[in-house]
Write a protein that binds this ligand. Structure first.
Ligand code: ATP
Length: 336
């Protein structure tokens, strides 16, 4: 792990680079408590960051600071060119990537007068469209990265406000990276909101830090993609009979009580996804068979299923067996 930053000056141009660890997340619980007037579902979730991460490297080549601002780039951020690429072909390049949208947003709000080019490279490890918030994490990493490269000293609150317009999971990723990614701005890292685990409510963008849980995590994604939108609209026609006891779950986390955490883990989105996708049922049943006493649950809207396992040897064993069923299987840990 670890990020780095570098700074070079040549021929009047400045070049700075930073790498932000863009972690994935799992949901220890998801509840739907109603629908908002704007059409979004009202949710309550416990989100936990995990060590599995993409590397988001941002390189800022400035050709105009601190020089005079010319008429052309006086308009917000218009003097900034953004390039996005990845080591994986299936990750969209350029404007379709959420990382591009995050950089454009930062340029609009905080790039006034800057002239130059930002290259963003994403080394992808987190499975895509999996319920692990990989794209949201990349967007948060760009907000943190430009905060460092442009010396903005924005705190987590300002970054979360920007992030929520990019996606509901982005503010949580901002807090998690602030806590664990070594290269983030010092002010952000010391922010009391910086946290690996949080209670998310409203649209999922209002956050309260919660005590993180130390655990190994085996993640297994069947070879299908599921759209989050499809699952939430499918849930409108389903009845939720058992809601998670979110307060109990929060106190179990405060106590570091694994057993109490396990009995309070419920993801109501399983009602829809498990009824529609046999591959997810199959993966969950296989994991349950191997894990026995350890909790197994779907993350987000699926299709990824994970197990929280306390002992490393057992986690390795489950990982090795699940790998035979799903190629995209990972052994990781929660971040603290
Ligand atoms: P979330 O929990 O935030 O919805 P997810 O795991 O369900 O995340 P992502 O991995 O973010 O889903 O991918 C969702 C879609 O976004 C994919 O179809 C993908 O093509 C697109 N996408 C755009 N930018 C990225 C990115 N940087 N990384 C991954 N996917 C991206």
């Amino acid at each position: 792990m670890g990020g780095f930053s570098a700074h070079f000056d040549f021929a009047g141009e400045t070049m700075k680079e930073v790498t932000i660890n863009s972690y994935g997340k799992i949901n220890l619980s998801i509840d739907i408590t109603g629908k908002r007037e704007d059409g979004y579902h009202r949710v309550e979730m416990i989100m936990h960051q995990i060590m599995l991460h993409d590397d988001v490297t941002l390189c800022w080549k400035s050709s105009g600071i601190p020089g005079p601002v010319n008429d052309q780039n006086k308009k917000a951020g218009c003097g900034i060119k953004i390039n996005v690429s990845s080591d994986k072909k299936y990750v969209p390049a350029g404007e379709d990537n959420i990382a591009f949208k995050a950089a454009a947003l930062m340029a609009k709000h905080h790039g006034r007068g800057l002239l130059g080019e930002v290259d963003i490279f994403i080394k992808k490890r987190i499975p895509v469209a999996a319920g692990l918030a990989g794209g949201s994490g990349n967007a948060a990493a760009v907000l943190h990265g430009l905060n460092v490269l442009w010396g903005l000293s924005l705190g987590t609150k300002e970054l979360c406000i920007l992030g929520e317009s990019l996606g509901a999971d982005v503010p949580f990723a901002v807090l998690g990276q602030a806590r664990c990614s070594p290269a983030v701005d010092e002010k952000t890292r010391k922010d009391p909101m910086a946290s690996s685990c949080a209670f998310a409510y409203g649209r999922g963008t209002l956050l309260r830090p919660v005590t993180p849980l130390k655990s190994f995590v085996v993640i297994s994604k069947p070879p299908i993609s599921i759209s989050t939108g499809e699952v939430y609209s499918g849930m409108d026609k389903r009845e939720i009979e058992v809601h998670p006891a979110t307060k109990e779950l929060i106190s179990a986390l405060d106590e570091g009580n694994h057993k109490k955490v396990a009995v309070n883990m419920i993801n109501v989105l399983e009602i829809y996804t498990l009824s529609m996708y046999d591959e997810v049922v199959y993966t969950k049943n296989k994991m349950l068979e191997l894990c026995k006493d350890e909790p197994v649950m779907m993350s987000g809207s699926g299709p990824t299923v994970y197990a929280l396992i306390q002992q490393k040897n057992k986690a390795k064993d489950v990982y090795n067996k699940m790998k035979e069923y799903n190629r995209e299987t990972f052994l990781t840990e929660t971040t603290l």
